[in-house]
Design a protein around this ligand. Sequence first.
Ligand SMILES: O=C(O)C[C@H]1C=CC(=O)O1
Length: 91
Amino acid sequence: MLFHVRMDVHLPADLDPEMRADIVAREKAYSQELQRSGKWPHIWRIVGEYSNFSVFDVESGDELHDILSGLPLFPYMDIKVTPLAKHPSKI
Ligand SMILES: O=C(O)C[C@H]1C=CC(=O)O1
């Protein structure tokens, strides 16, 4: 199943810089592992925002929920998930 996901990151301005760097580094490693596995085939920066558009290719909504809730940045994100279906005009 394909899901389109928008993630908006809102890190507190007063977050300790070392903690911030640690969370961002762990997020990158977690994301890149999922990209290598094929479960996170697209990630695009939204120009001018600390946000991304991503596509996930997973077995179920439950699997996607587990992946998203495991993101190190999850506590600092607003996430909008849109399930995708095949378009009838797609060639
Ligand atoms: O920077 C972001 O868009 C947030 C997050 C998603 C993957 C990642 O490495 O960071």
